[in-house]
Ligand binder design. Sequence first.
Ligand SMILES: Cc1cc2nc3c(=O)[nH]c(=O)nc-3n(C[C@H](O)[C@H](O)[C@H](O)COP(=O)(O)OP(=O)(O)OC[C@H]3O[C@@H](n4cnc5c(N)ncnc54)[C@H](O)[C@@H]3O)c2cc1C
Length: 393
Amino acid sequence: MMLGLLLARAGVGVTVLEKHGDFLRDFRGDTVHASTLTLLDELGLGERFAALPHRHMSKMSLTYTGTVATLADFSLLKGPHKHIAMVPQWDLLDLLADEAGTEPTFELRMNTEVTELITAGEKVLGVRFKTADGETGELRAPLTVSCEGRHSRLRRGAVRDYPVPMDVWWFRLPRLTDDIDGGVMSFTTGHAIVAFDRGDYFQAAYMIPKGSDAELRARGLPWFRETVKELFPWTRDQLDTITSWDDVKFLNAKLDLLKTWYADGLLCIGDAAHAMSPAGGVGINLAIQDAVAAAAILAGPLRRGTVSTGDLARVQRRRTYPTVATQAVQRLMHRVAINHALTGAIGDKPPAPVRLISRTPLLRRLPGEIVGLGFRPEHIPAFARRKPDQLSR
Ligand SMILES: Cc1cc2nc3c(=O)[nH]c(=O)nc-3n(C[C@H](O)[C@H](O)[C@H](O)COP(=O)(O)OP(=O)(O)OC[C@H]3O[C@@H](n4cnc5c(N)ncnc54)[C@H](O)[C@@H]3O)c2cc1C
């Protein structure tokens, strides 16, 4: 959606195909980081975004076998945004879709699922699709961008899979007004959990060893409620609201990297190029950064009708360092924190780097910057920048 908006602002004809009828999906990642908030300002959408219902998260703390440590302090970030905004992802997508819809060259087709690529030899000519009411069709284009997430069927070629120690159970906990606020994590022998303050509820993620969903569900809900109570002693009777396993959603975590993100006529970005783990809640923001880089590099060649594999390679080159560096941080978090907790190899005290960061405000800036701003943040290219008073709605 971000790439569609940017290319349409450059006057490039764009059609976005989305298989669902709306963007309403619970427990999509909803973390909009400072880097993305700055991009929204540059698009002229900062005020409209700020009017969406959202929560600010200005720090992330960790309870590690009973010791509380502040892990990231976003209030120390440079720039105008010193927090992470927790916003339902459908609100953000609706905002971008609404704004893109004001551009004459933009079209969004909902309920339209891409089924396969149209190819001639190695060249990609477009896609075949089917709609929710069973119609099928073809759409041909000089460039097809695969941004259909981590289960991408359009991506091609070798993929490097990284081991991920956990899957995730997502659930809601009502938030009482005097509960803690911000983001909280709790790690102890055999368990790891994180919860984000969403106003009247917490969005909580309990991490389970990879592949153990069925085995752990068989232990029963009372076991689960008790486990969460031990990890979050501040909860009161909120856990009674979990009355069925349907309240606890299973999400399969993965982390991978496509070796080559492009082919003649095709480019993969976002999770289609590099599926992100939930660790650090960075995946949406990284996907948006890919879109901004792709628009900056490709708008000119697309307008001139000369887009080449060399241009597509430039997008991959531009985004490789931030992607590889972010995935390296996620792999470190998997290895040092989550895996140790889940296998019971957790020490009595937080690891030395966590203790150091927690005690030293200046060092707390670093994890805040890695998560909140990311590596080499992109900026909206001049052709797509607008002041709020230049927007037609
Ligand atoms: C458990 C879990 C929790 C996470 N939590 C966070 C978090 O808190 N914050 C964060 O930043 N990241 C989080 N992530 C990562 C994040 O979800 C992804 O990195 C991010 O959504 C990738 O964006 P994307 O646009 O590439 O793909 P997606 O967000 O997956 O979007 C793909 C879109 O393509 C559509 N689509 C799919 N197939 C087709 C098709 N064939 N035809 C047409 N449309 C199609 C889908 O309906 C969807 O709308 C989490 C990941 C997991 C697994």
